[in-house]
Design a protein around this ligand. Sequence first.
Ligand SMILES: C[S@@+](CC[C@H](N)C(=O)[O-])C[C@H]1O[C@@H](n2cnc3c(N)ncnc32)[C@H](O)[C@@H]1O
Length: 538
Amino acid sequence: MIESENTLLIDNQLEIKYSKSIALEHRKKYAQFFTPLSIASLMVDWLIGNISLKTVLEPAFGLGIFSRILLAKKSDLLIKGFEIDKIIFSEANEIFSEQQNVEIHLEDYMYNDWNNQYDGVICNPPYFKFHDYDNKLILSEVENQLKIRLNGFTNLYTLFLLKSIHQLKTNGRLAYIVPSEFLNSDYGKLVKSVLIQSKILRHIVVFNFKENIFDDVLTTASILFCSKDQMFQEVKFSSISKLNELSYLKDYISNYPNKTDNEKTYLLEELDPKAKWRRYYQNPNGVKFKNLVPFSNVAKVVRGIATGANDYFTFSKIKAERLNINKQYLLPCICKSVDVKGCFFTKDNFFELVEDNRPAYLLNAVGSNDRNVKKYLEFGEKMEIHKRYLTASRNPWYLLENRTPAPIWVSVFNRNGLRFIRNEANISNLTTFHCIYPESSLFNTINIDILFAYLITDVARQIFEDNRREYGNGLQKFEPNDINKAMMLDLSLLSENEEKYILNLYQQYRKTVIAGLPQEYFVNTINEVFLSKYSHVS
Ligand SMILES: C[S@@+](CC[C@H](N)C(=O)[O-])C[C@H]1O[C@@H](n2cnc3c(N)ncnc32)[C@H](O)[C@@H]1O
């Protein structure tokens, strides 16, 4: 607990009490997840480092943890806060009732106060995906005010940040705690370029904790330290995995603008707003291995079949029977990723899906004169399926995208790295998986099983990690090009004996998976083979 001369409580007890008394549903509705004291205190120290700090803006006030600490450390401040929720606002008003220098407004920050600037802005903004807030209205407000074009998929916290940057006075300082997602995702590109162009970015601290620092939210956080001073040549990145490493940040803040070290420090113009910024704070896993080649030398990754109307085009056994659609007009296809349990998808697995009445076929009707098929196509037109975005651009509208079944699939969204599946059933796939097509050349034939054996190892997972993009909630998404551009071990360097050894382990692993008792020992041993052959000797 921090000592305070005024009556404000400087610990997280108020937040803890509030979280216990207010339903999680309400807190989620307003994104009320509170900043831990140690982190809030550090962010406050950054603001106070500006010796002429007088006016402070707290755009997402909550119970005002930042303002409580600010006033304990520096009493002669003028603080303005914004809070949208009546309930937490009235509690905050009570807490700050004796503080004449704190003004809390029950107003939406995004629509107010655009013309005022402050010596300090400090914030833990609400995290809302584009579909969780009125994105059209807010986006057009920000676009009009800042005269920029925004990506509609923007998360609300990046809009808070853009507005706050705009409201920072010369020599002012800004501290924001946000999910680190924007550093590595498409919608973050604009904020990153604003951070570079405005020359205010000084230090990004990425938390890489095993546990979540915000109690109930699954998210990785980062703190942005910005300053509108003249020290804009360099930007520092830090990655922190334990709370006790925060003391290192204290040194950074108290020494600023002098440097504590040169590690992971980049010239402002070296930063590429379009790149994933993970490269600046994380040591790439790939450097641990030698003899890497681009994945695209070995295989091509292409997205699965997009129908434009899955409910219409997909068929289960019963739907086909009810509509009398003959099998010859149905293309066997995996439609949902939940229908693939292990990493081998066999013909038996496919027949089980059919028998379980899962969607396992796609309508493949081009050239058919079958009466029942025609009837179903007429029904589709009545439902205006032919006017959908994708179908309208096809001729005829029910033409399927041309994809040969891929021997390997990889799932698009993942929690623990990429999930590869060996498509032994030789069926097609919708966009829930990407297709992987090994590319044999004149000089190099690829053994698909060896490739697959590699893909399911931890070594492959680590190297792919260098190229992933992040979404919220710990979900990772890989676009086909993320994989095409990734690196992999050069498997053509394996000797014949090594290949045989791997294939043998692989076949044994396959048997255990198909028997329903996967023995990870076999994959781990394959992993060992790659580790010993391709690791740099340190
Ligand atoms: C993540 S919490 C942070 C609270 C506190 N500053 C802290 O760090 O512990 C975000 C707060 O912003 C409020 N909020 C959400 N949307 C807002 C908006 N558009 N304008 C102002 N406040 C908003 C929420 O009700 C919530 O109290």
